[in-house]
Write a protein that binds this ligand. Sequence first.
Ligand code: HEC
Length: 146
Amino acid sequence: MKKKIILLVAVIFTLAMVGSAYAAKDCPQPRKTKKAPATVAKKKMPKSAKAANGKKIYTKTAKPMACKMCHGDKGAGDGKLGKAFKAPLAPRNFTCKKTMKKISPGQMFWIIKNGSKGTGMVAHKKTLKDKEIWDVIKYIRKDLMK
Ligand code: HEC
């Protein structure tokens, strides 16, 4: 009995390790995210967007939890919780150019606001103002994307 439990723990641990390696290294990332309506996808980032405030939201204040918990400190999709998800449900890896070059600021805005159904990416329309969403997009695009 005890042996079985030890074996089970070992298997779960190995799966978790494989999952984390996969999520962080996957580039390009398999991506099935819904497209924003064309009018939103084309939206430009306002010039007034503040990366410094975006960083605060990303690393600390976002609710229900900081973006970095899933997307990682450096945006590689390898946050503490992010590691638990596997592709195609892995958090977006913002450092992956091949995937990110197809994602416009307006597309990011749409998903941050409304979430991506069926994934861990929750909607923030009740917790972030539009201006704050743009601040966090500015931070991601300026400081995390490569
Ligand atoms: C609980 C984990 C989790 C948290 C917290 C989280 N995300 Fe995500 N995020 C995800 C996952 C998973 C995806 C991938 C969704 C998909 O493939 O459709 C994602 C995708 C995204 C995308 C890519 C959208 C696209 O079109 O590909 C952006 C941008 C994003 N998140 C920004 C944020 C921001 C900003 C925050 C904080 C305000 C945040 N996320 C918090 C898990 C999370």
